[in-house]
Write a protein that binds this ligand. Sequence first.
Ligand code: SAM
Ligand code: SF4
Length: 349
Amino acid sequence: QLIRGPGTPQASIASISAASESEIRELARLPLEELKALARAAADRVHGNKVLLRGLIEVTNHCAMDCLYCGIRRSNTRAVRYRLSHEELAATIAAGRRAGFMTFVLQGGEDPALAGDGLLRLAETARTAAGPEAAITLSFGIRSRRQYEELKAAGADRYLMRFETADPELHRYLRNGLSLEQRLKALEDVRAAGLQLGSGFMTGLPGETGETLINNVLLAQRLGMEMGGVGPFIPHPETPLRDAAGGDLERAVRATALLRLALPACHIPATTAAGTIHPEGREQMLEAGANVLMPNITPVVHKKHYLLYPGKICIDESGFQCVGCLSVRVMGRGLRLSWERGDALPVVT
Ligand code: SAM
Ligand code: SF4
């Protein structure tokens, strides 16, 4: 009797408890449609039929890091590099506010120009442009604890940083020597700085097993993350993983559903990577309990250069046009778009 249709009124968060480790292992063995139905029912009970909108701005594709999977890694000399000016960023956010966005997610590589005070200045610009009411989320990789604290003081509300995989050896290999421990320490620092915490992982990375998927979900649960992204790995031709198979949609959807049942209150996006590998990828993730969509409102001239993987969708139109398309897509599932800020909900574990 857990299964309820979309449109169920928002219930109290405490009314649904998170799946335990043994339940997660059992759930992982269910047929996909059954698992999706359980996860969607959990999402309905906690989040109702709302799909929160966040405006994604890809601020810079310069990166000092060399993650093996990523199309904007330092060693990809073919990437056309760009960095938004403060004026471009402010204008993009102002246009976003006029369109109704109440959350802006600023993302980018670990750009040397943003080291030191660079990111802080950017956060200040974003806060001024967004006004006091809108939420600012940052996603620029590993910084020091003190820098996270300064970002919070400058007006940032949230920080996203996926742990990518819970397998320490795979993590070290794929992140070119960077340990999982270092990533987890940085996530701890984000939390200690008082920022709402987002993390997540990719599915279908080379070397990943069924156990890795379970461990990813369990690690996400241990972190008690308030926002969580899952995306299929898509091989980029200018990276060392060009010949890898890449993640399929079923695995990504399964991971989304398990994440929802492990963390009922978490804000989980239906990701662009899922929409890239399958025309209905994002809808499938919504059916599996995702409750967030992030239209890409980066200025169209730059969008095509933030190419983490090939074939990325919606790069020729403005994110503002995407909202109409997304609205039709979610309505078909009995869901509705919401312009609320969508702050972290208390996590039940
Ligand atoms: N540099 C920051 C970081 O690494 O946390 C933020 C930007 S990074 C490009 C954002 C996310 O893109 C990563 O966390 C990773 O999961 C995802 N990503 C990178 N390359 C990808 C690929 N080839 N396929 C799918 N997702 C990818
Ligand atoms: Fe840089 Fe992030 Fe890409 Fe790694 S995943 S190379 S840190 S942008």
